[in-house]
Design a protein around this ligand. Structure first.
Ligand code: NOJ
Length: 763
C-alpha cells in the first residue's frame, strides 16, 4: 500500500507523467471550441447601427401579446402592451421576445421589424420549451430516468418540430445543472446527480433541439443553462449562495456545459446565483477567462430574467447603471427583461466606460447567431399559422409521449411480484389526489401545454382493463390539505377492492423554479391517507407523482410495490397503465438517490470516503461518520430500478493491469433468471483507491441497456482507458495517476454487483 502511495506521488510530480498527460487526447479536450461563423455582411451592418440600436440588439423582453405566458413562469413582467412593444420593434429597441403566443404574434412582430424598422434586422423569438411544446413529454428528471439517450434526443427533436412551427427560434433549454440536493425544486428540470449521465443527456438534448441544420424550419437553437453551479445553492434554496471550490466546479458542475457546447450549443444563460462571492452575471472569471479564453466559446451569453438587475440586491452593483456595466463587461452579451442594456449601455459607451469594440463584439455574436438560424435569409421561416396547427399534438408526437412516459417510470420495489397486474377479474381502487382529473399531469415548466388535454391515471387504467366498471376512484385527500371525510371514503373504497393504486406525491407546483422544500416527503395529509389505506390490509401499489427524489416513510415505504412516475405529460395515464399491466416492462433507473430521511441532503452516491468511514451500514460504530438514526446509504440509490425479470450479475472478468496508453475490456455475465423479458441498465463504476486529491467512493463511467429474454444471459463488456480515470487535480486541471482502481459492474450505485481491481501502469 505504502509503495503504491509513493509511486503515485512520484507519478504526480514526475515529469514523465506530466509530459504524457500534456500530449494526451484528454488534454486536447481543453482546447475544443464551439464555432460561430460570422457572415461577411454582419460587420458592414454593424457599421450602420447607432449605439442605441446596438443596445437594442442586446435586449430581450417578455412578449406582451395578450395572454403572454411569461408572467406565469416569472415574476410579474413590466413593460408596454403589445402596441408599445411593436413600437419598440420599429425603433430597433428589441432583439426579440420570449414566451410569446404563437405564429400570429410572431408574424405581426416580424412584419414590423422587416418593414417598418430602419435596418430591418429580424427578431429572434425565444421560449422555455423545456419538456415539450403542446405535446408534453415527461419532466426532464423523469426522462433522465430512462437512461435512453436516443429517446431523449427524439423528444427534444419533436418539441422543436412543434414549437418551431409557431415561430420559436430559440429554447431556453436544456438545463444542464447537476443537482445533488433534492430540496432544490429545479432538480426536476435537470438530469439528476451524476456528472456522466448529465453530460450524455446534455449532448442528446442539444442534438435533439438543434437537429442537423439550424436553418431548418423545425430546428431551435439550444441554450445550455444556468452558467454556472446554479444547482449547488446552499440548503437547496433556489437563488441562494453558491460557495464551492474551483475543483468541484470543474469536476461536477461545468462538464455538462462543456459537452453541450461541444454538441453545438452556442448560447448559454448566466445563472442567478453568486459563485464564491461574485454573482455569475457579473463574473468575469467565469464568463470570460474560463468560458471564452480557456474553452474558446464563440457564442453569446444571455442573462437570466432580470439577472443583471438582481446584482443590486446581491449587494454587488450600486444601481442600474453599475449593474449594466458589471454584467456587460463581465461577458453577458444580452440582457433578459430588466431593460437595463438599452437604458444604460448608450450612456456607458458615451462616457468611455464601455468600449465600442466590446459592444460591437456582442452585437456581432447575436447577429451571427440570427444568421445561423437562417433568419436573415427568411425571417418568416419558422412562422406559419397553418404549419403551427398541423404540427400540434400529432399522432407520432403523442405516441412518443407515451413511449417516453413508460420508459421514465422507475419500479422501486415489487415484493412478491405483485406487479404486473392482471387486466381482468380484479376490483381496483384508485385512491389519492392524483387518481383522476385534469391537473398535475404535465409538471412544472410547461408554458404551452394544457393539463386538460393530458390523460389522467383513471382514464389510462380504465382504457387498459377488461371491465372499467371494476375500477373505483376516490381522492381521499387534497395535495396539501385533508378533505373532510376523505380518509373514510378511501378506506371504504379499499375494503371493497382487491387491489389499491395509491396515487400520491407532489403537486406540479411543488417543484420547479422557487419551489424549494425542507421536508422532501409525501405531504402529511396524504401520508395519513396512506397509513389508513394500508391498515385495511389490501395490497397497495404506490404510484408516486413527484418532481424530485422523496424520502419515503411509513406505509408508503412499506407498500409492497412502488412506482416512481414523476410527471409524465400528455400520455401519463396510458404510460402508467402500460407498465402496471405489463404490456411493457419497467426499465428506468433513478437519476437521483431517494434518501432515507430529508436530513441526508445534499446526498449523492459519489461522495468522498471521509477519514473515519463507518465500516458497515448496519450499525453505528463509535467515532465514525454515520448518522445516529439511520444508515448513511440511500433508501434507493442512483441507478436503482427493478424490472419484471430477475436479474443476476456474475463472473466479472477484468485484466489485472491497464497500460498507460492501453485499453481493457471489463465484462460481467448478466442473467435473467425470471420468467419475463427484462431490459436491464448495466452500470460500470470505478473507485480510484489512492490519489493526490481524494476521490469518490464510486463513480459511474459507463452503462449499457441489455434486453434479456427469460433464462437468457449476456456477457456485457465495457472498454476502459486512462481517459475515463481522469480527475481534476491539485492544479485544477484534468489529471490521471497510476495506481489501483476498483471496478464494479452493478445494477445501481450502491449495489455490490460484481467487483475486481486493476492497476493503471505508469507506462
Ligand atoms: C428564469 C429561469 O431561471 C430561466 O431558466 C428561464 O429560462 C427564464 N426565467 C425565462 O423564463
Amino acid at each position: 500500500m505504502l509503495d503504491t502511495r509513493i509511486s503515485r506521488r512520484a507519478a504526480l510530480l514526475g515529469a514523465g507523467a506530466i509530459a504524457a498527460w500534456a500530449a494526451s487526447p484528454a488534454r486536447a479536450m481543453l482546447q475544443s471550441a464551439t464555432r460561430l461563423p460570422v457572415p461577411a455582411f454582419i460587420d458592414p451592418l454593424i457599421a450602420q447601427m447607432t449605439v442605441a440600436e446596438k443596445a437594442g440588439q442586446l435586449s430581450l423582453m417578455a412578449a406582451a401579446w395578450g395572454g403572454s405566458a411569461a408572467p406565469s413562469l416569472n415574476p410579474a413582467s413590466r413593460g408596454p402592451n403589445f402596441e408599445g412593444q411593436l413600437e419598440e420593434v420599429r425603433k430597433m429597441q428589441l432583439t426579440g421576445v420570449f414566451n410569446g403566443n404563437g405564429a400570429e404574434m410572431a408574424r405581426r412582430m416580424q412584419t414590423a421589424a422587416m418593414t417598418q424598422s430602419r435596418l430591418k434586422i429580424p427578431l429572434i423569438f425565444a421560449a422555455d420549451i423545456i419538456h415539450g411544446h403542446r405535446t408534453i413529454f415527461p419532466i426532464p428528471l423523469g426522462e433522465a430516468a430512462s437512461f435512453d439517450l436516443d429517446m431523449m434526443e427524439r423528444t427534444a427533436r419533436m418539441a422543436s418540430y412543434e414549437a418551431a412551427a409557431c415561430g420559436i427560434d430559440w429554447t431556453f433549454a436544456p438545463m444542464v445543472d447537476i443537482a445533488r440536493d433534492q430540496r432544490w425544486g429545479r432538480t426536476m428540470e435537470g438530469a439528476g446527480e451524476d456528472v456522466l449521465l448529465g453530460e450524455l443527456i446534455a449532448a442528446a438534448r442539444v442534438r435533439g433541439f438543434q437537429g442537423k441544420d439550424l436553418k431548418a424550419n423545425d430546428a431551435m437553437l439550444a441554450c445550455a443553462k444556468h452558467f454556472a453551479a446554479y444547482g449547488a445553492a446552499e440548503a437547496g434554496l433556489d437563488y441562494n449562495t453558491v460557495d464551492i471550490s474551483e475543483r468541484t466546479l470543474r469536476e461536477v458542475y461545468l462538464p455538462p456545459f462543456r459537452v453541450a457546447f461541444d454538441a453545438g450549443a452556442i448560447t448559454t444563460m448566466a445563472s442567478f446565483n453568486e459563485l464564491s462571492g461574485v454573482p455569475a452575471t457579473g463574473n468575469e472569471w467565469l464568463l470570460r477567462t474560463l468560458l471564452r479564453d480557456e474553452w474558446g466559446f464563440e457564442g453569446f451569453v444571455v442573462s437570466d430574467y432580470t439577472g443583471d438587475e438582481e446584482m443590486i440586491a446581491h449587494g454587488f452593483a450600486a444601481d442600474a447603471r453599475d449593474a449594466t456595466k458589471l454584467a456587460f463587461l463581465a461577458g453577458v452579451d444580452m440582457s433578459m427583461q430588466s431593460g437595463f442594456y438599452r437604458q444604460h449601455l448608450p450612456d456607458l459607451v458615451e462616457a468611455g466606460e464601455v468600449p465600442m469594440a466590446r459592444l460591437d463584439e456582442s452585437v456581432r455574436k447575436v447577429l451571427a447567431t440570427k444568421a445561423l438560424l437562417g433568419l436573415f435569409d427568411d425571417p418568416f421561416r419558422r412562422i406559419d399559422v397553418k404549419r403551427e396547427k398541423a404540427r400540434s399534438r400529432t399522432r407520432p408526437a403523442l405516441a412518443l409521449a407515451r413511449e417516453s412516459g413508460r420508459k421514465s417510470i422507475v419500479l422501486l420495489k415489487n415484493d412478491g411480484a405483485l406487479l404486473p397486474l392482471p387486466k381482468s377479474g380484479r376490483k381496483i381502487a384508485i385512491i389519492g389526489p392524483f387518481a383522476a382529473g385534469p391537473h398535475d399531469l404535465n409538471g412544472g415548466w410547461v408554458v404551452y401545454g394544457d393539463n386538460k388535454l393530458a390523460v389522467d391515471l383513471a382514464t389510462g387504467i380504465k382504457a387498459a382493463v377488461a371491465d372499467p366498471a371494476l375500477v373505483s376512484i376516490t381522492p381521499g385527500s387534497g395535495i396539501e390539505e385533508a378533505i373532510p371525510g376523505g380518509i373514510e371514503a378511501a378506506v371504504a373504497a379499499a375494503q371493497g377492492a382487491d387491489i389499491v393504486l395509491l396515487s400520491i406525491g407532489e403537486g406540479e407546483r411543488m417543484s420547479g423554479e422557487a419551489q424549494s422544500r425542507t421536508e422532501i416527503v409525501v405531504p402529511a395529509p396524504q401520508q395519513a391517507l396512506a397509513e389508513a389505506v394500508a391498515a385495511t390490509g389490501k395490497p397497495v401499489v404506490v404510484v408516486l407523482r413527484n418532481g424530485r427524489a422523496l424520502a419515503l416513510e411509513g406505509a408508503v415505504a412499506k407498500a409492497p410495490a412502488i412506482l416512481v412516475t414523476w410527471f409524465l405529460g400528455s400520455e401519463s395515464g396510458h404510460a402508467i397503465a402500460d407498465i402496471l399491466f405489463g404490456d411493457f416492462g419497467p426499465s428506468a433507473r433513478l437519476p437521483c438517490s431517494f434518501p432515507r430521511r430529508p436530513g441526508q441532503q445534499p446526498y449523492h452516491y459519489d461522495h468522498k470516503p471521509t477519514g473515519r468511514p463507518n465500516p458497515s451500514d448496519d450499525k453505528l460504530e463509535p467515532y465514525k461518520a454515520r448518522w445516529r438514526e439511520i444508515p448513511n446509504s440511500a433508501l434507493y440509490p442512483f441507478g436503482h430500478g427493478l424490472t419484471y425479470g430477475d436479474i443476476a450479475y456474475s463472473e466479472l472478468s477484468a485484466p489485472a493491469t491497464l497500460g498507460w496508453n492501453g485499453e481493457i475490456g471489463v465484462s460481467a455475465l448478466v442473467t435473467n433468471k425470471g420468467s419475463r423479458t427484462a431490459e436491464e441498465v448495466v452500470q460500470l463504476y470505478i473507485r480510484d483507491r489512492t490519489a493526490s486529491v481524494t476521490r469518490p467512493v464510486r463513480e459511474l463511467k459507463a452503462y449499457r441497456t441489455v434486453r434479456l429474454a427469460p433464462g437468457a444471459s449476456e456477457r456485457v463488456t465495457f472498454k476502459l482507458t486512462r481517459e475515463q480515470l481522469l480527475f481534476i487535480g491539485r492544479e485544477n486541471k484534468p489529471t490521471v495517476e497510476p495506481g489501483t482502481f476498483d471496478v464494479w459492474i452493478a445494477p445501481s450505485a450502491e449495489a455490490p454487483g460484481v467487483h475486481a481491481r486493476f492497476e493503471l501502469q505508469a507506462s
